[in-house]
Design a protein around this ligand. Structure first.
Ligand code: CP
Length: 329
């Protein structure tokens, strides 16, 4: 694998190899070996056409902890605002000798185009494209679930077989949901999407998961081990010309995680959110700040996972285990 564009491209063995490498990276950080020499002399470009706090800072931290040089490029304040195309931006990065380009773009498919159009020789990592994919978010989510739900330790070598996950909210606009459904299925977890009918994508029947419109029923009947709340993406609703439906009050009543619903969770269940959160809309302060919430830990785990991805793409071999995997390991 030369690029990381979609969780759909990962075999079980490749995904486990990334998670295991992330566990090793986290171990070096906890031993206070903050900086590894692994990517000395390599250049990572963060190419962000859309806003980001967690992903951009996390990739920058990850690259620096591997001793790579980092160039941060934001569309705001660059020649993109003068109309420069993705192709010409990419050719400029190529001329500067980027070894990896981490790209976030509002257009679904932009990372794929960058990887395959022949404009750059570098590895391309998708940091979120439109409503399509956000593979490193799904990997850090799986890493977090593995730490909490597979019987202690970091869960090295393990998948998520038997783990039940409810992904709740604005599935329609969510690249996090699409990436997670695919990766969690590959790792053997059982996924249920819970959303109002207006926020369920067309064609969801073909996804490897269940779909429900009733959060309380799912919490009672399925006893999920992880409840992943999704951000309501109001900015994508208005750009698509649609209104917010159901209303914010109806949404919170039907699909918000509050103190009452927190009390319905099983003892071992964890509460997740990719961030940024709309507190008071999809998640209450009690739920977001409860001892069950692993939301801040997800951010911390994101650094180790992104270190692993950069390391494996630039210095390792992410496919090492894939032959065993294909042989039914
Ligand atoms: N989860 C996530 O992608 O957050 P940012 O938009 O802050 O990067």
């Amino acid at each position: 694998m030369r690029h990381l564009l979609s969780t759909a491209d990962l075999t079980r063995g490749e995904a486990i190899r990334i998670l295991d490498t992330a566990a090793q990276m986290a171990a070096t950080q906890s031993r206070e070996i903050k900086k590894l020499p692994t990517l000395r002399g390599r250049t990572v470009v963060n190419l962000f056409f859309e806003d980001s706090t967690r992903t951009r800072i996390s990739f920058e931290t990850a690259a620096k902890r591997l001793s790579a040089d980092v160039i941060n490029f934001s569309a705001k304040g660059s020649s993109v605002s003068k109309g420069e195309s993705l192709k010409d931006t990419a050719l400029t990065l190529q001329a500067m000798g980027a070894d990896a380009v981490v790209i976030r773009h509002q257009a679904s498919g932009a990372p794929h185009t960058l990887a395959h159009a022949g404009w750059v020789d570098s590895a391309v990592v998708n940091a979120g494209d439109g409503m399509h994919q956000h593979p490193t978010q799904a990997l850090l989510d799986a890493y977090t679930m593995r730490r909490h739900l597979t019987g202690g330790g970091t869960g090295e070598g393990q998948d998520l077989a038997g783990v039940r996950v409810a992904i709740v909210g604005d599935v329609l606009h969510s690249r996090v949901a699409r990436s997670n459904v695919q990766l969690l299925h590959t790792l053997g977890a059982h996924v249920t999407l819970v959303a109002p009918p207006t926020l369920v994508p067309v064609g969801v029947e073909a996804w490897p998961c269940e779909v429900s419109f009733h959060l309380d029923e799912v919490l009672v009947d399925q006893r999920p081990d992880a409840v992943m709340m999704l951000r309501v993406q109001r900015e994508r609703m208005s750009s698509a010309g649609g209104g917010f439906f159901p209303s914010p009050l109806e949404y919170t009543r039907g699909y918000g995680l509050d103190a009452r619903r927190l009390g319905m969770l099983s003892e071992r269940a964890i509460v997740m959110h990719p961030g940024p959160m709309n507190r008071g809309l999809e998640i209450s302060a009690e739920a977001a700040d409860s001892p069950r919430a692993v939301i801040v830990e997800q951010v911390a785990n994101g650094v180790a996972v992104r270190m692993a991805v950069l390391y494996l793409l630039l210095a390792g071999d992410v496919t090492q285990d894939s032959q065993q995997d294909k042989a039914g390991q």
